[in-house]
Design a protein around this ligand. Sequence first.
Ligand SMILES: *Cc1c(COP(=O)(O)O)cnc(C)c1O
Length: 422
Amino acid sequence: MSFEATLDCARSLDAADVLASFRERFELPHDAHGKPLIYLCGHSLGLMPRAARTLVTQELDDWGALGVLGHESARRPWIPYHENLAAGLAELTGAAPREVIAMNSLTVNLHLMLAAFYRPRGKRRKILIEAGAFPSDRHAVASHLEWHGFDAHSTLIELAPAAMEDVVSEEEIEGTLQQIGSEIALVLWPGVQYRTGQAFDLERIARAAHRKRCLVGFDLAHSIGNTELALAHCGADFAVWCSYKFLNAGPGAIGGCFIHERHLSTTPRAHLAGWWGHEAATRFLMRPEFHAAAGAPGWQISNPSILSAAPLVASLEVFLEARLARLRTKSLALTGFLEFLLERLAPDVRIITPREPRERGCQLSLRVAGGRRVLERLGAAGVVCDWREPDTLRVAPVPLYNRFEDVWRFSEQLTQVLGRAD
Ligand SMILES: *Cc1c(COP(=O)(O)O)cnc(C)c1O
């Protein structure tokens, strides 16, 4: 694809975009005067699919009209509601439908997976994560180590980038596993790093971990709906995600888990249980014994919030229609255009996200001088992106609803803001 640093070029790329009409399937935020914002913040909170309003309203209407009878008689009955989500989640994660389940929220799911998969034995008790992990993930992992009575300082291994580097390579992960893998019980790694935007080769990490007999789980908060995933094939033991970033399912939406088939058929099952994981046919006999439902649904704990799951149904329908492979193709072009414009219009900005398209999703993380004021000035100019201390601006053009013109307008505004002398 050939780019030029002009608005005309952006417009002709939009005119040729086969996915352009999907933008109309979303509500687009605007300022207090009704002027559309340049929204490049889908890595933090994805925009609202219009169909979410319809589906949530439908649930409120069915609740109003049916009361408790909605469990079986709502237009989408509430008891098996998770079945509405399995096919879409399986498609986006590259898993079998029985290996995925929408439930709880990300950090809660991470705790449940750590309870099931972190089984320290003898000298093998360490957990490997990345230095600078999302704080919630680090809190969750450290609290499990401490809950087991270990000292988190010596059992939590945090792999940092080499001196002067912004990102960790897969070679370095392999090297650490080669060196101390026999002491590591579990590897927890992100699919896409939230701060740098780096996308990892998950198959390679899973292979290196398994070679040393470590279990491996992935946090896909910034990957799902962004990059193509092949969880079943790559052999991960488990994965967790939230649904409000690139999955566009709304603030605090229901999260999700992947549990590899090899862990679904083991008996006895070694996971924490609740009544919603009981097989549906006999759940309401209310017997004291637990008989797990088949597959990942057997790992459910509570009955889910239908109002937080309905927007995810709406969102997954849009994804299935647009198709992830096509979205990824557009995403590579959108982010490539952003990179191209920054190189020409804002050469002082340092892009810390890897330059190799395979090693990133849609987000670029930019190291800018001028501090938080840059974000504030962009905000005043109608641009929504975000800031991570001390110096990183995160910008994510999302192929479902962003246009090449948005990327152009952002680059133009950033150039102006950085060019201001005061
Ligand atoms: C967004 C994000 C979370 C958020 O956790 P919640 O439990 O959904 O509040 C956790 N971890 C990572 C890596 C994230 O990107």
